[in-house]
Design a protein around this ligand. Sequence first.
Ligand SMILES: [Zn+2]
Length: 430
Amino acid sequence: MYEKIFYSKLNLGLKPPHKDTCKLCDTLAVKIRATEAEPDSEQKVACLSSLKTDTELHHRRVELARTSMLNDKKAAIEGKCSVLTFDLQKTIMLPKVPTGVVYYKRQLACYNLGIHNCATSKGTMHLWHEGVAGQGPDEIGSCLLKYLSTFPSMERLVLWSDSCGGQNRNIKLVVLLMCLVSDPSCSIKEVTQKFAIPGHSYLPNDSDFGHIEKKMMKQQHIFTLDEVKNIIETCRVKKEAFDVMIMKSSDFYRSNEITHAITNRKQHDGKKVSWLNIRVLRVSREKPFVMEYKYSHNEDIQFEEVSFAKRLKGIQTPLHKLVLKQTQPKPIKDVKKKDIESMLPFVPPVYHTFYHSILAATTQTASTLCATREISNQENEPNESNTINCLQSCAEDPSVPTETEDREEYWDSEQFEENADDDPTWERKN
Ligand SMILES: [Zn+2]
């Protein structure tokens, strides 16, 4: 009753406090306040001036990114190019039940990659759980490939995302995009990837996820991925409903074979390629194996470029002729499996099949993988019989060894940026 009067009669609303504010803005503000409190001196004036310049420069960069995104959105609406933004939603934990003890258990992690079409404001969600795949660059790339395989894109495609190095701004995704544009059967000839400024990444996906999370908050119980799908499909009433795709393990590819076919150069013409500072990068059919990049969203600034082509005597195989192998599901750890089993008494029996199938499937995969690794080590040759071409799908290849867990964590960290030069496994010696 009070809520009704508060919102409808008084026309008032409550604004939540800002969350996830920018690290740099906050640090600079603290430093400025601390310096201002110091006794007057020449050093204080110089320090304050330097801090204020840094703040001003940072705000200009944020403004440039915002203008660039608005311009892209306008271009998309005018039909000059396709513009998509993508982001991973905060991990959804299943089962969602109010029973207190569940808060101390390891739940099943579910991931949702949202892709937002800026021309139509249509959101498409890609849902999977940890028994199917992880949430690294290969998974992000696989969702994008799945979406683009049916999306009627223009020749120029612009992708916006946050600057997460492990997931969005890395060589794996760039090489996947290179494969896409090099394929003559694909309508997309050029992909530009743009990265929002950390702490200021206001992507339309945030608003899409807001609708989903609001509806999920109201549900006391959520047991399965199908229920999550249903919530997502029905959470937006005033605008067009979201499309939801449940991703299967056969939808996920790993890009190792492709990344081995290139040389990840960290220097070009004596200049270091600083991945951490890249704001815009571009790959095109016109320039195979070349990544153009720049450290600013300013459209007047020219792109630098670096070629990832191997220095071979013969002709290098075009990227789209190379194969992407399907990922193997990552086995769920035993401790988590035990926790999931211990939560089943809070889950109605009708939903137990969902959990039993996950537990059974991952157990089977874990044993299959051990056997596979042994065979693989003996033969020391990858099995190419079930490999697939860039955008096509085929039966799963059980002989493909998965990446080690350490390797995945490594990819998810930004550490690989610094170590990639020295990484002996990075470039396969021919
Ligand atoms: Zn900031």
